[in-house]
Design a protein around this ligand. Sequence first.
Ligand SMILES: Nc1ncnc2c1ncn2[C@@H]1O[C@H](COP(=O)(O)OP(=O)(O)OP(=O)(O)O)[C@@H](O)[C@H]1O
Ligand SMILES: [Mg+2]
Length: 228
Amino acid sequence: MKRDPVLTARGVGKTYVTGGGTVTALSPTDFSVERGEFVMVSGPSGSGKSTLLAIVSGLLTPDSGHVEVLGQDLTQLSRHQGDALRLASFGFIFQRFHLIPALTAMEQVSIVLRRQGLKSRLADVRASRVLEDVGLGHRLKNRPDSLSGGERQRVAIARALAKRPRLIFADEPTSALDSSNGRQVAEMLRATALDEGTGVVCVSHDPRLEAYADRVVRMEDGCIRTEA
Ligand SMILES: Nc1ncnc2c1ncn2[C@@H]1O[C@H](COP(=O)(O)OP(=O)(O)OP(=O)(O)O)[C@@H](O)[C@H]1O
Ligand SMILES: [Mg+2]
């Protein structure tokens, strides 16, 4: 396969200084994602998975190393430039959905598109289409408290997909879901990588999801141990 990296991290590391001493959450590490590749990051609790994800998505500044995304060095961007890049090109999916309680499913998705500059009618049309794609066409007007866990996570996925991001970052997106909803989420992420050429980085404890990934990166004690 021709290499076409959408994200390349070199030597990224992070040590936290706490009251009780220092914790090396991530030893200097290389990590990359190709266009259309679904990469899973697995490993025990505390092994540095979320730290790696936060660094390569620009949410956390590493102590060392660089992260290049779409020709830009994330570690050199101002806060404003980083926010703008994330809004334009990254989708995020978290374990606990991070939906806004007062908004309907449609509003959760369309608000992001409006923030990107889409006119409100267009944003609504695209939001409802993406919600239909994730099987929620009949839930457009529901707020999070009237949706199941699986439905909430599908709203969060629709919110991430609607802007057609170049990269999706997901941290334990299935761990609050039962196995059938978890599989559906993994299938959607895989389809997005395949159909849209989106690079997907997904942190998960769940070995059942590994079958969906193109590549599995295993972490232990802040280091990448093996790649399969
Ligand atoms: N803000 C912080 N301050 C101090 N230590 C931290 C901080 N965030 C993470 N750590 C420590 O860094 C290490 C790696 O944490 P990280 O959250 O990346 O692990 P993880 O693999 O995502 O774990 P989990 O599977 O439990 O989510 C752990 O030892 C953790 O306690
Ligand atoms: Mg974590």
